[in-house]
Design a protein around this ligand. Structure first.
Ligand code: DP6
Length: 340
């Protein structure tokens, strides 16, 4: 049987998905915008097998395999059922997956993981040429909504601005689309890893709790205009406009999390140390801006000329375990090198 291997990147949200109208199907309250990364990615190989049950494995760097945690295993199996139903085929699959970066540290490993799984399994089930909109929607239905964005490269919005998220057809229409490709703008993302290990509360639980924050409604009022400005700043490659917008946006997300009931606090002392260093870099004239997803680690967005200065400053902070130097990337790709 032939194998399909897909490499799918993580993404960093500039406008965050936080709060779902429908957590089961990952239909968000608001649209979000992200930059697809390049070096932080997941690889997934899928192959049809003649067994009764799907085989789900995590590939180790040494070439070995281990069974995933029960919760991840359950989500993968459910997603494979969904993909079978969509493809009209009933074959069981052998799937193995591996991340290029620490899993579950707020570095969007589920986004890249489910994007890679969706595309690899679609390929193995004979639907490798399915329209990107279908793949993006399916990736979203994995429950990791941000996976819908990892199906595309460059700068991505999910869903498109003409989609009414309250309409009965929101499920079919809530897929991501590309605002601009990776060649449009060479932005860098220096990720300061200050904490390893799984995040304190899953994003799924965060989406459920978000509307309990007294500031959630205010955020929904602010977002349409902020989203429009972020889109425009990307189109115009204007970092001095984009930077403050994404930093405010990230602080708002964490403010919502901190004021949810019960409250969720993702920051660690290292987070504050990095945020302070980024603000100092700006006072020294650099255009570097911080954004965090649901975790303690900080993504510092900057242009290529500032990247080395950002690295020099952050790598000397005692709170920073290590840095990942990433940047905008072209999106998922097929690979001839399989995991098994
Ligand atoms: C804060 O439900 O897509 O990263 O399943 O953990 O990937 P995972 O999360 P998901 O929510 C993402 C929340 C966010 C913001 C964002 O990426 O838009």
């Amino acid at each position: 049987m032939s194998k399909t291997t897909v490499v799918a990147p993580a993404n960093i949200a500039f406008v965050k998905y936080w709060g779902a109208r429908d957590t089961e199907r990952a239909i968000p309250f608001n649209r979000s915008i992200s930059m697809t990364l390049e070096r932080c990615h997941s690889v997934c190989t899928a192959e049809v097998i003649s067994e009764e049950r799907d085989q789900v494995w995590l590939a180790e760097p040494d070439g070995g395999f281990r069974a995933p945690e029960p919760e991840f295993d359950r989500r993968v199996r459910e997603h494979l059922d969904r993909l079978r139903q969509w493809s009209g085929r009933n074959d069981r699959l052998w799937v193995a997956t591996r991340n290029s970066f620490p899993s579950a540290a707020g570095l969007a490993s589920s986004a890249s993981g489910f994007a890679a799984l969706t595309m690899a399994a679609a390929g193995a089930l004979g639907k490798g040429n399915a329209p990107i909109e279908q793949l993006s929607r399916l990736a979203r239905l994995s429950g990791s909504g941000s996976a819908a964005r990892s199906i595309l490269g460059g700068f991505v919005e999910w869903p498109a601005h003409n989609v009414d998220l309250n309409a009965p057809d929101a499920d079919e229409k809530a897929f991501a689309y590309q605002i601009a490709d990776a060649d449009h703008w060479d932005l860098r993302d220096v990720i300061a890893v200050v904490e390893l290990g799984p995040k304190v509360v899953s994003s799924l639980e965060g989406h459920r709790r978000a509307p309990t924050s007294p500031y959630f409604e205010k955020r929904q009022e602010i977002l349409p205009e902020r989203t429009r400005l972020v889109r425009e700043a990307i189109e115009e490659q204007d970092l001095d406009t984009l930077g403050p917008l994404i930093e405010e946006e990230s602080i708002d997300l964490h403010m919502i999390a901190m004021t949810s009931k019960p409250s969720i606090f993702y920051w660690s002392p290292g987070t504050v140390a990095v945020l302070k260093a980024v603000s100092e870099l700006r006072q020294e004239g650099l255009s570097a801006w911080a954004t965090l997803d649901a975790g303690a680690n900080v993504h510092v967005i900057c242009d290529p000329d500032s990247e080395q200065d950002v690295v020099d400053r952050l790598e000397n902070l005692p709170a920073v375990g290590f840095l990942i130097r990433d940047g905008v990337g072209p999106g998922p790709d097929h690979d001839e090198e399989h995991l098994f």
